[in-house]
Design a protein around this ligand. Structure first.
Ligand SMILES: N[C@@H](CCC(=O)N[C@@H](CS)C(=O)NCC(=O)O)C(=O)O
Length: 217
């Protein structure tokens, strides 16, 4: 029997939600190792030995290989477990999905990550309200254009691209889940809301939610 994949992750981390949703959509079995980020578990030497960046998620393969970075993990899963596909057919369609996913993964998440928010507090004295405002600002900077891109394209269907979930949905959903903690107003984004609701209706996404994880506080 092959050893299962091990996902090093944290229940509330949006990059972890992405990977859990993709694993669930593809029906890939995995075990979890959890790290309490507020407590700094991810910076402990034992985890740094696995993933020198000390960030979650990381996917550990049965042969001991550790893949850090959620986009790399998602692409790895797509290559090794192609069914059901999370990228559409055709280079142009795939580029569209990757662009939508990147608007979250490259433009929102990096500036709203925990270590950034903590640095705002400790280095620049930002209080809770200021940190929340920062978070919401950077969500709006990308959610506004994303709403335009999704609402204005005939390629948008039940999900971000057509009628089956893709990597774009996995990223959008995880961001929307994270937004709840900072009371982001979703009213201006009816298409995004509709797509996020469509994702939430699927068990694979539901099982990826923070509240359904073993380390949920
Ligand atoms: N680009 C990385 C970012 C990973 C990342 O920063 N994860 C967050 C949780 S969502 C984390 O580990 N944060 C720890 C910290 O900020 O100290 C990815 O997509 O995997």
């Amino acid at each position: 029997m092959t050893a299962p994949l091990i996902l090093h992750n944290f229940f509330r981390s949006s990059t972890s939600i992405r990977v859990r949703a993709a694993l669930n959509l593809k029906g890939v079995a995995y075990e979890q190792r959890t790290y309490a980020l507020r407590r700094g578990d991810h910076r402990a030497p034992a985890y740094r030995a696995l993933n020198p960046q000390g960030l979650v998620p990381a996917l550990e393969l049965p042969d001991g290989t550790v893949i850090p970075q959620s986009p790399a993990i998602l692409e790895y899963l797509e290559e090794t477990h192609p069914e059901p596909p999370l990228l559409p057919r055709g280079a142009t369609a795939r580029a569209r999905v990757r662009a939508l996913a990147s608007a979250v993964a490259c433009d929102i998440h990096p500036v709203n990550n925990l270590r950034i928010l903590l640095y705002l507090e400790t280095r620049f004295g930002a209080d809770e309200a200021a940190v929340a405002e920062w978070f919401r600002h950077w969500v709006a900077e990308s959610f506004g254009p994303l709403e335009t891109m999704l609402a204005g394209s005939p390629d948008t269907g039940h999900f971000c691209h057509g009628d089956a979930p893709t990597l774009a949905d996995v990223c959008l959903f995880s961001q929307a889940v994270n937004n709840r903690r900072f009371a982001v107003d979703m009213e201006p984004y009816p298409t995004i809301r509709r797509i996020v609701d469509a994702c939430a209706a699927l068990p694979a996404f539901e099982r990826a939610l923070p509240e359904n994880q073993p380390d949920a506080a």
